[in-house]
Design a protein around this ligand. Sequence first.
Ligand SMILES: [Zn+2]
Length: 154
Amino acid sequence: MSVFDDLMKNVTDLTENVARKSTAAIETQKLKMRKTSLESDMRDCYVVLGRLYEKQLAAGADPESEEGKALERLSQIRISIGEIQESLKKQKGVVTCPSCGRDVSKGYEFCPKCGTPLKKKGSASAEKAAAEDTAAADSSENVAGENTAGENNN
Ligand SMILES: [Zn+2]
């Protein structure tokens, strides 16, 4: 075999090697994506199961149990999310129709859905007071939760 042949063989080996490696990398990437997708499906299943379990628990969970604490935490989170939604609406100037609950952009004097006159004042104050009552009724864990929710409010 000539030196040139040797050289060509080496180049061919190298090319094949690179091709093999990139095929392996693509396979790895495919597997990783498949795993991520399945993990996402699994989370969706947990969400469905969790919601069903929450309904079952809601009536009679021991507040000191892990489930009871998670339920309490969920209700705090819902309140925080509600407050954030209200803040976002206020920032956008959206008002909620007191009659049908539709969100209406500012500038409307009457609800376009049901015709109820819309006042300039926000209707969120009563809900917020109720939320604060519930929040104040429990421990420092809830305060931490509210802070977390607040940080996500952009
Ligand atoms: Zn309305």
